[in-house]
Write a protein that binds this ligand. Sequence first.
Ligand code: NAD
Length: 365
Amino acid sequence: MLIKAEPLNNLVSTLLKKGGSCIEEAQVVADHLVRSNLAGHDSHGVGMLPLYVRMLKENFLRPNQKPELVNADGSILMFDGQRGYGQAVGKMAMVQAIEKCHESGLVLMTLRNTHHLGRIGTYGEQSIASGLVSLHFVNVTDHPPLVAPFRGSDARFATNPICLAMPGTKKQPPILLDMATSRIALGKARVALNKNEALKDGLVIDHKGKPSNDPEVMAGYLFPERPDNPPLGALTPLGEYKGFGLALFCELLGGLLSGGGTIQPEHQRQNSIINNMFTLVIDPARLVDVPWMQHEVEAIVAHAKASPPTNPEEPVMIPGDPERNSIKERQFQGILIDDATWEQILDAGESLGLSREEMLNLEKI
Ligand code: NAD
């Protein structure tokens, strides 16, 4: 299924409204999901919808929530996301953090107890759009662990993402590092499963801790209702002990300092998803001269990009470049959605009472 962003956005927002979201929320979540697909992160795009519908039905995801301010102390803002759509409550919490940062120069914002925040780069993009720098550390709770610690043989953490965002200049687009601390996000195993593709070496281990290329070892996490799943394997940490260390700090900053809690086993794991986020928003103009900063940004990027590529076909890129390239390409060509994912989305829509005809008649929705 090759589909343009706009009709896909129509379908997604229609489905979300049918799931109980008001028009504004449906639009924010649909924009977030479709932009993830445009950016090349199908793992965090519209393929998440079947999971969200399942979570709605089990009351693990609650439409139309606002972040509740639980502590405001100087430059500190602490929010509770009320198990609402992370894409919506996360956006609202960031709006407040950005507004405060324009006054104080520095804000520490935490957001706990929100449903899946989606692509964390979206919140970095919000800071960038306001000329601010931001750092985000996120953990996952209420979910079985997925990622093995370095030297471990079974799953103990989630894919705990980190995002670092720096505004660009007139010549240099923003720099946005947005990554899971596992070698791949879980959704990338879902995409491989749905496409019936093997995973590259080193990305997963099986239930005995042995290296595997089979995304089926993650199927029990993704499709727990399927009767024939093999025993659970695990994703591997990024960069061995370094990624493991970063994942642990996502627990300590995102989980612990937000008050949301870590994935340690005293806490419930209902097979849902809660994200907790620790965010620093910084106004660089309070620290350095902005024209000087912009020159440095351009110069350091040019310095990195001037390195002769080992493969002439693959020049040096800067974090954020792959997503920009993908957006350009997919806005023009459309978004390719594999058959299994498309069927899962249509099934989810049907379970909410939409007919296939309605859903396939996208332009009219
Ligand atoms: P990825 O590995 O595709 O990219 C990670 C980062 O590396 C990006 O900033 C990208 O711009 C940069 N990059 C990629 N190739 C590059 C190259 N050749 N040169 C320079 N930079 C390059 O991303 P991922 O780790 O698979 O994460 C995918 C998405 O999953 C992210 O948006 C993340 O926020 C999201 N995620 C969310 C959760 C959650 O709980 N909400 C959990 C895990 C991941």
